[in-house]
Design a protein around this ligand. Structure first.
Ligand code: NAD
Ligand code: G6P
Ligand code: MN
Length: 443
């Protein structure tokens, strides 16, 4: 690993999140001296569109010294790289649409990362990410892989089984988005916050949020405010009604369980019936993203290609890119900043099994993740929910590696959005057909 002239490869280079990550790298070039960016993808059209957009950004912002490549060749992408930012979506939005619509057709939650839709995505995604991590181990084994690819817990569990020595951090932007949105809604500065949080990915709770400037735990007052009125979507989710619905549900969870501030994704486990009822099974989130972000990105590339006049980049990139660049910078400079990371428990939550993959606050430095021990047990309500979910996730990953239909069926049955073994089997059998060629063969 080098400390100057950094070479960063982005796996899933064609992702609509790439401009935000590049923008964050460029704006932090004093702390994070990037000199080469390689976009790696399996879809040439999307990768080339993104190359055009990133080239436009580099030229417009005066970063002529940064070399830019786009390639479908893993050897070219990963040889000599210092950091790999990973954000692939195996099967694309077309398969996400199936993960959402097939469970809905059985009256079950259909969601990207939660419920059986998330499990369906997991069985595709693990294979893709094992591929990426394998390439990095082969071509640049010292590089740091910072992973956003979902579903995060399943990915983290599978990677540590196959590549226990990989230099890899798994992160989710949800806690930072919740914090930033609360701060903007209620007039705080989240830079002053020290958040205590535990859970599995998209399945956790804040236990306190200490504000260094106000010198108090602000979580109780945030809960009060959220119970009075849900927060409004921030500018980086502008006009996006489904995020507004998620914030509304977060407040609803607090009506039932007001002691801890939940991750909004718990709505799928607490209110599956309402979520199913409110979801338009003909037009799910995948359709919204295809008609929104994906279309906008395509249009942006077309405008640049046609040298159209006027503002071409019109995204508010939010916290997502900054968060991953902050992590990379913390490794590089050994600065031990604090991040919420997804990693083996190993005693951090003392009364939860050691080998559960959990999401907890962690210092990040040159040696990677240095998890912070909670030093106190968690309550039975959260523990029970997490243990069932964790066992289901472990069974699913077992099922992936063993090619075991039985284990996957058990995982589906144990998933807390599924009411019966009959339903689990029905939806599993449909998803096997839909995922042919993506999932391992199950026997
Ligand atoms: P997207 O479909 O728009 O982009 C993904 C890109 O990955 C596409 O260009 C696709 O061609 C490429 N790809 C697919 N399989 C690949 C493979 N095997 N190797 C290389 N490239 C491959 O998806 P998106 O909405 O931009 O999301 C990308 C990923 O990031 C998803 O997994 C999503 O769930 C995840 N994500 C995670 C977080 C988080 O909090 N962890 C936040 C946002 C997005
Ligand atoms: C948040 C979550 C991600 C998830 C994304 C979905 O950022 O933390 O894990 O992938 O939302 O957003 P989308 O706009 O694709 O529905
Ligand atoms: Mn996430």
């Amino acid at each position: 690993m080098k400390f100057t002239d950094l070479h960063v490869a982005i796996a899933g280079g064609g992702s609509t999140y790439t401009p935000g990550i590049v923008q964050a790298m460029l704006h932090n070039s004093d702390r994070f001296p990037v000199s080469k960016i390689t976009l790696y993808d399996i879809d040439e059209e999307r990768n080339e569109d993104m190359k055009l957009i990133v080239k436009y950004m580099l030229e417009n912002d005066g970063y002529d010294n940064v070399e830019l490549n786009a390639t479908l060749d893993p050897e070219e992408a990963f040889t000599g790289c210092d950091f790999v930012f990973s954000q692939i979506r195996v099967g694309g939005m077309e398969m996400r649409e199936k993960d959402e619509k097939i469970p809905l057709s059985h009256g079950l939650v259909g969601q990207e990362t939660c419920g059986v839709g998330g499990f369906s995505y997991g069985l595709r995604s693990i294979k893709g990410l094992l591929g990426v991590v394998g390439y990095v181990q082969e071509y640049s084994p010292d590089a740091w892989i910072l992973n956003y690819t979902n579903p995060e817990t399943l990915i983290a569990e599978a990677i540590r089984r196959q590549f226990p020595n990989a230099h890899m951090l798994n992160a989710c932007d949800m806690t930072i988005s919740i914090e930033e949105t609360m701060a903007r809604n209620f007039g705080y500065d989240r830079k002053n916050w020290i958040a205590q949080y535990y859970g599995l990915n998209h399945f956790g709770w804040y236990t306190s949020i200490y504000d260094k400037s106000l010198q108090r735990d602000v979580m109780p007052e945030l809960i009060e405010k959220l119970r009075k009125a849900p927060m409004k979507i921030a500018s980086f989710n502008k006009g996006d009604q489904s995020w507004q619905d998620a914030w509304n549900k977060l407040s609803k969870i607090l009506d039932y369980f007001p002691d801890y501030l939940p991750n909004n994704y718990l709505e799928y486990y607490f209110f599956p019936d309402i979520v199913v009822e409110e979801t338009d099974s003909n037009h799910t989130r995948a359709n919204m993203v295809m008609d929104g972000r994906l279309k906008n990105t395509k249009e942006m590339a077309t405008k640049i290609r046609n040298k159209a006049e006027g503002e071409v980049l019109d995204f508010d990139f939010g916290e997502h890119g900054q968060y991953i660049v902050d992590m990379a910078t913390s490794i590089l400079n050994d600065s031990h900043e604090r991040f919420m990371l997804i990693q083996p428990n190993m005693g951090a939550i003392p009364n939860l099994r050691q080998d559960a993959v959990v999401e907890i606050p962690t210092y990040v430095g040159r040696l990677g993740a240095e998890p912070i021990s909670m030093r106190h047990p968690i309550n039975d309500f959260h523990k029970g929910l997490m243990e069932a979910q964790n066992a289901a996730e472990k069974l699913l990953v077992d099922g992936y590696f063993e090619g075991s239909y039985q284990k996957v069926l058990e995982a589906f049955t144990l998933n807390q959005t599924v009411p019966s073994a009959d339903k689990a089997k029905e939806v599993l059998d449909d998803l096997i057909i839909a995922n042919k060629g993506y999932w391992p063969e199950l026997h």
